[in-house]
Every structure is written in structure tokens, then in C-alpha cells.
Ligand binder design. Structure first.
Ligand code: F6P
Length: 364
């Protein structure tokens, strides 16, 4: 079909603020070249059920750029290689329906799939690319844990939300002379905790990259009292763990989903601070608040740049790549170099050192 491409776009895994801005930019940049863009709703489900395909035009995407969520919907149970299908007796079996997805993609006349996702969704996109679907990936996750890209979209918004929450916790903690322990997302990386904890003036930040000693956490909080500050703020990443301890997890009841669900470390930390230091302590989990709301200006701009770059890379004939922000440029890196790896916080990074200079403890 020459240089007039017919693009399919989907959003997979957990949502992140900025998805709609990427969809907007892909649609507008493709439309400007005379190409067509079709949204696949609910991950890959639209390729099984064409009623879930929606053509994206400038009119259709007008005004979506600043909205959170995704107009296409998303799922983290949309693995076409392991699709849960309910049997008549109510039990569930898993089927590999990837051949059907590939066949449907080509039958519908698509040339390229633009896959907006984190590691899990990009792994699926990569497996589909090996079966013949040309893919361009865009790195989405509030966790900021994808390698090769300086930042993912959604991260800045999540950090901003977490920082706002920590700001509010200061006043109530001070009013009650309490220790507040706030758990933030991030999976196995501590980016959200590090950035929001630093900007939110935490006393202690606990991240997966630096296993902590709970007695050192208590010691740091005791220093506050010596300095006349009778309250404390502890920011803990959901994937943080005590030295010699394990991850704190929740039971995952989602059918068709294999990943571990993290959560509960804040409660444990708060309980231990109370038990060991006798401090009045409360814990809270910020949870999905961090994924909600409008993208910040910075995320919006990054998302627009990712979307426009994806279209440029398609025009240049790049396939099976992920758009990566390598400041100041957007580059195309092979998806296989990204998947299965986790970008952790370098423990000697300037931000970590800045925190230490400011007296923030990592409990290490
Ligand atoms: O990867 C994004 C993320 O929000 C993680 O930070 C968190 O652990 C997970 O997704 C939560 O997933 P769910 O929306 O399925 O509860």
C-alpha cells in the first residue's frame, strides 16, 4: 500500500496519565500524512471482535489530550497467548489465540501496530512481532522502570500526585505528633518513592534498591525529636523490603494474570515503628490515585513527543522498535533490548546523594 499506512493502536496493562495524549499525537501525525489510524479497544480484544475497533480521526481525538485514562480502555489480562476462556462448568481454561490475532490483524489490512505499554505489554507486542505483526512500541508506565528511555510517560503525574499527598500529610502528622507511613507504587523500582519523598520533604524513603533496617528507620525518626520536630514522614515504595526479609504481597485474585501484586509494606513498617519506638503511627496506601487524573504538562508534552516520534519512525520504515527518550532526542531501540529488564534507581545517583545530603534516611 505504498507509503499510506493503516495503523492499529492499542493500550495495554495498567493505565497511565498521558495515554490519550499519545493516541492524539499518533492520530494527528498519521492523519497529516494521509494515513489511517484505528484504535483496538481493551488491549488485543478488538482484534477478536471487530465491533471493538474504532477509527481515530482528528474529530474523534479532539479534546482528549489532557484526559487521564485511555479512550481505548485497557486490561492487564489481555494476553492473547494465554487467553482465559470460561468452560460451561464455570472453570477457566487458557488458550493460545495469538495465531487468530495475527490473522485478524492482516485480514483487517493493518500495516503496523503501535503498542502503548509497559514491560508486560511490550513483551506481548514483541512475541506478536515474531509472528509477523510489525510493531512500534511506546513506553508507558507510572513506575518509570523501562530501560533505554530516560523517562516513561505517566511517571511525572504519579510523582506530582504523591508529592501533593505527602505535603498534606505533613500538616496532620504535625498536628498529632505522629509518624505517617505512606506507600507509593512503583513495583520493583523506587522511582516514585525517591522523587516524591525528596520533593515532599520526607524523613525516610524506603526503596527496593536499598533493603532497609527498621531500627535505622526508628533511629532517624528519633533524631527528629532531638531536633524538636515531633512528627515524621516515611515514604515507602510498594516493592521495598527489610534486610533479610521478603516482599510484602497481596493475594492476586485476577483470573488470567500471573504477576505478583505488591502491597502492604507500609502497614508493616508502621506497626514495627510503633512496636519498637512506641510512636503513634498511621499508614496509608496511595494506590491507584497515582494513576488517575490529567497528565501534568511535562507528561503531556512527553506523550505528544512519543506519539509523533512513533509515526516518524513508521515513516522511516523502523519496525519492532520502542520509542525511547534519550535526551535530547527520541530514538528507536529494538524492543528485544528493553523487555525483561528493569530500570532500577542507581543507588549512587545524584538524587539519592542529594537526599542523603538533606538528611533523608534510606534506612540502610
Ligand atoms: O505498573 C503500574 C502499577 O500501577 C504498579 O505500580 C502497581 O504495582 C500495579 O500497576 C497495580 O496493578 P493493578 O492496577 O492491577 O492493581
Amino acid at each position: 500500500m505504498g507509503n499510506r499506512f493503516r495503523i492499529a493502536i492499542n493500550t495495554g496493562g495498567g493505565d497511565a496519565p498521558g495515554l490519550n495524549a499519545v493516541i492524539y499525537a499518533v492520530t494527528m501525525a498519521a492523519h497529516a500524512r494521509g494515513w489511517e489510524v484505528h484504535g483496538i479497544q481493551q488491549g488485543y480484544a478488538g482484534l477478536f471482535d471487530t465491533s471493538r475497533l474504532v477509527q481515530l480521526t482528528p474529530e474523534r481525538v479532539a479534546g482528549i489530550m489532557n484526559h487521564g485514562g485511555t479512550i481505548l480502555g485497557t486490561t492487564n489480562k489481555g494476553d492473547p497467548f494465554r487467553r482465559p476462556v470460561e468452560r460451561p462448568d464455570g472453570t477457566v481454561e487458557f488458550r493460545d489465540e495469538s495465531d487468530r490475532v495475527v490473522e485478524s490483524f492482516h485480514r483487517l489490512g493493518f500495516d503496523v501496530l503501535v503498542a502503548l505499554g509497559g514491560d508486560g505489554s511490550l513483551q506481548l507486542a514483541h512475541r506478536l512481532s515474531q509472528k509477523g505483526i510489525p510493531v512500534v512500541g511506546v513506553p508507558k508506565t507510572i513506575d518509570n522502570d523501562l530501560v533505554e528511555t530516560h523517562q516513561t510517560f505517566g511517571f511525572d503525574t504519579a510523582v506530582t500526585t504523591a508529592t501533593d499527598a505527602i505535603d498534606k500529610l505533613h500538616t496532620t502528622a504535625a498536628a498529632h505528633d505522629r509518624v505517617m507511613v505512606v506507600e507509593v507504587m512503583g513495583r520493583y523500582a523506587g522511582w516514585i518513592a525517591l522523587h516524591s519523598g525528596a520533593a515532599g520533604d520526607a524523613d525516610v524513603i524506603l526503596i527496593p534498591e536499598l533493603p532497609f533496617d527498621i531500627d535505622r528507620v526508628c533511629a532517624r525518626l528519633a533524631e527528629n525529636e532531638i531536633q524538636g520536630k515531633r512528627y515524621g514522614i516515611v515514604v515507602v515504595a510498594e516493592g521495598a523490603k527489610a534486610r533479610g526479609g521478603g516482599l510484602v504481597t497481596r493475594v492476586n485474585e485476577d483470573v488470567g494474570r500471573e504477576e505478583v501484586q505488591l502491597g502492604g509494606i507500609a502497614e508493616w513498617v508502621a506497626h514495627e515503628i510503633h512496636r519498637r519506638a512506641g510512636r503513634e503511627t498511621r499508614s496509608l496506601v496511595l494506590g491507584h490515585l497515582q494513576r488517575g487524573g490529567s497528565p501534568t504538562t511535562s507528561d503531556r508534552l512527553l506523550s505528544l513527543r512519543f506519539g509523533a516520534a512513533a509515526v516518524r519512525f513508521i515513516a522511516e520504515g523502523r519496525r519492532n522498535v520502542m520509542v525511547a527518550w534519550q535526551p535530547p532526542e527520541m530514538r528507536a531501540v529494538p524492543i528485544e533490548e528493553v523487555i525483561g529488564r528493569t530500570k532500577l534507581v542507581p543507588i549512587d545517583s545524584d538524587t539519592v546523594r542529594t537526599c542523603r545530603d538533606l538528611g533523608i534516611s534510606f534506612g540502610d
